[in-house]
Design a protein around this ligand. Structure first.
Ligand SMILES: Nc1nc2c(ncn2[C@@H]2O[C@H](COP(=O)(O)OP(=O)(O)O)[C@@H](O)[C@H]2O)c(=O)[nH]1
Ligand SMILES: [Mg+2]
Length: 261
């Protein structure tokens, strides 16, 4: 991974080693209004959780705010990358950092409170269910009974429906909400994630590659609430890039027997 401009690390606040704790990873870009409330909410959600903020040098000072908090919060780790390098590589760098530090499970979460940190314990509980094989990914799913979305315009609903349909039926990933960014990931599956995209399609790509490597995917319902503070970074350029990635993965699913893109 790229060197972090800054990384302050957790001392052993709980007495538990990282293998028995869980690292929540939040990629951030221009989330100054959300980042400190997110730290508080993750810290309060479960004492087993630590938080890694992967910021792309946000001009609004998101990374600095997080760094200042990390000085007094041993469960918070901050990684600031230079320039905006993209959601895909922020997630990838976060996952590699989690494994390097000895965690076995990570939780990916958006920083804008679309994903409710109080859902994290329920997602973690679904990794190992009695009488069922352990899951490698647990998706916080908006598309199964009990799940849903609050506050989206019709255009976002339609786009999400199309992407999830594509992921399920064209990429052959057994999940109804393949584009949800709220998920638990078993870090032993990290080697399956090859050549990660820089863009938003990292979520579909990760599931696609983990499934092809034999990983087990489970879904639990969540309610996704559109952000109240700050603005979405999923602009037209990101959507175009994401569409190209999804076409590329489809091509590899159906026509390529070689290395995964
Ligand atoms: N580090 C990093 N984080 C990003 C980047 N783009 C988006 N994010 C974060 O990814 C998460 C999801 O982005 P968001 O704008 O909410 O997308 P939306 O929910 O699809 O509208 C948020 O926490 C963003 O701050 C990026 O280029 N770098
Ligand atoms: Mg969002």
């Amino acid at each position: 991974m790229m060197p972090a401009a800054s990384a302050s690390s957790r001392s052993d606040a709980s007495g538990l080693p990282p293998a028995d704790r869980v690292l929540v990873i939040a990629a951030t870009y221009q989330e100054a209004e959300n980042v400190l409330p997110l730290v508080d909410a993750v810290m309060a959600a479960d004492p087993r959780l630590d938080l890694l903020v992967v910021d792309d040098d946000s001009p609004d000072g998101t990374g600095t705010l997080a760094q200042e908090r990390a000085a007094a919060e041993p469960r918070l780790i901050v990684m600031i990358r230079r320039d905006r390098r993209g959601l895909g590589s922020a997630v990838r760098d976060g996952l590699h950092e989690a494994r390097r530090r000895g965690y076995q499970l990570a939780v990916n979460i958006d920083a804008d409170f679309s994903h409710d940190p109080t859902d994290i314990p329920r997602l973690l509980a679904a990794v190992a269910l009695p009488g069922e094989p352990p899951a490698d990914v647990v998706i916080g799913s908006r598309k199964i009974p009990g799940g849903g979305v609050v506050g989206w315009p019709l255009s976002r609903h339609l786009l999400s429906r199309l992407v999830c349909w594509w992921t399920r039926w064209i990429l052959r990933v057994p999940a109804r909400d393949g584009s949800s960014g709220f998920r638990v990931i078993r870090l032993a599956m990290l080697d399956a994630i090859q050549q990660p995209t820089e863009g938003y399609a990292i979520q579909e790509q990760m599931l696609w590659q983990i499934h092809r490597a034999g990983g087990l995917i489970r879904e639990v319902p969540i309610i996704f609430t559109d952000r109240e503070r700050g603005v979405s970074k999923a602009d037209l350029r990101q959507m175009y890039k994401g569409s190209c990635d999804l076409l590329r993965f489809a091509w590899a699913t159906w026509f390529s027997t070689g290395a995964q893109p």
